[in-house]
Design a protein around this ligand. Structure first.
Ligand code: KG4
Ligand code: ZN
Length: 347
């Protein structure tokens, strides 16, 4: 079965054609980064409007790349939660119209479950059950994945998501948007031991995360430097030297990575799971990949990352997850309602 997946939960408009939950025939992503960059973050109103403009050409490109005709498509899958409400409404409405027009079933997919299952589209596939860390701009969540349609939350962030703190700190330091990739590159030349930042909830018995205290600590550290420099001005990014900035950013990134790796491997141990999958936009981070792989190996855990383009937002993961729902005949009606918060039941 060939499924058309649509992804519009945040700032990427994506369409993909995936065959039998396995073979990615095409995957097209239209990024809105340039539209949001002047504002230093995603503007929900702009995101919704851009999805509306982008959907027709992106779906057309996905069909063209796959060399497929609409008549070959067996179902249309849409992200229905969680995400920005306006953005989800545009994508789900568009998906409903296509499903109705083509006379095929509609499938609703949970964006986080799709991130956790994206690994099934690659060459190195995990055995079930496995532990999935979904670490993105809006979420930091640990799932126990029993089977493709059986995912349970073991822990999640109590405040900011990991990607969110990377983006917010980068914005504060005047490094641009999105912050994750900039911090990834800058940190490579810095000393991760230069500043000792807190590892939120590292000693807590739960498998939850907390990153907002770290964000405050980084801001205070930067402000402290500004005070020493005698040029405190809340409107300006701190006047750090090039090497001071690299050290600060490397130490901050190390605290984020340390926390993610520590809690994830503890979850694997406590739940006796021998495979860890790391997915979502932050899984593209060089240091996270390196440290999770190294410490996982030392702990006897197999660590898998989807390819980078399957880690960041894409529609192939939506069409891939939808295939499992289609096999279970779990179709949605045209009365489907998207939800900004994660829906409890939908995959
Ligand atoms: O999964 P994603 O594309 O969208 C959401 O569902 O949120 O994740 C976006 C997040 C942003 O916070 C971005 O800064 C972060 O992923 N990100 C990275 C890297 N590439 C993207 N964070 C750290 N290092 C990267 N290389
Ligand atoms: Zn995402």
């Amino acid at each position: 079965m060939l499924i058309l997946g649509l992804e519009t939960s945040c700032d990427e408009t994506a369409a993909a054609l995936v065959e039998s939950g396995r073979r990615v025939r095409s995957s097209v992503v239209a990024s809105q980064i340039e539209d949001h960059r002047p504002f230093g973050g995603v503007v929900p109103e702009i995101a919704g409007r851009k999805h509306l403009e982008n959907l027709v050409p992106v779906v057309q490109a996905a069909l063209d790349q796959a060399g497929a005709r609409p008549a070959e498509i067996g179902a249309v899958a849409v992200t229905s939660s969680p995400g920005l409400m306006g953005a989800l409404l545009v994508g789900t409405s568009f998906g409903k119209a296509l499903a109705l027009g083509w006379g095929v079933p509609l499938i609703e997919v949970n964006h986080l479950h799709a991130h956790a299952l994206a690994i099934l589209l690659g060459r190195r596939r995990p055995r079930f059950p496995f532990l999935a860390l979904v670490v993105s701009g809006g979420h930091t969540t640990l799932f126990r994945v029993e089977a493709p349609l059986s995912l349970g939350i073991l822990g999640q962030t109590r405040d900011d998501a990991a990607g969110e703190v990377l983006d917010k700190v980068a914005k504060f330091l005047g490094l641009g948007y999105p912050g994750g990739p900039v911090i990834d590159a800058l940190a490579a030349g810095g000393n991760p031991l230069a500043v000792r930042f807190p590892r939120g909830l590292a000693r807590s018995p739960t498998l939850d995360f907390s990153f907002s205290g770290l964000k405050t600590a980084v801001v205070n550290s930067a402000l402290g430097t500004r005070r020493i420099d005698g040029r405190l001005n809340d409107q300006q990014p701190p006047p750090l030297s090039e090497s001071g900035l690299r050290d600060l950013v490397a130490s901050f990134q190390e605290a984020v990575v340390d926390t993610l790796v520590g809690t994830t491997l503890r979850a694997a141990r406590e739940h006796r799971l021998s495979t860890v999958v790391v997915s979502g936009g932050v899984a593209a981070n060089t240091r996270l990949r390196e440290k999770m792989a190294g410490e996982g190996k030392a702990a006897g855990v197999r660590v898998l990352f989807p390819d980078r383009d399957l880690c960041t937002d894409n529609a192939a993961m939506i069409a891939g997850a939808a295939w499992h729902l289609a096999r279970g005949k779990r179709f949605a009606g045209l009365d489907l309602r998207p939800s900004a918060k994660m829906k409890p039941a939908a995959c």
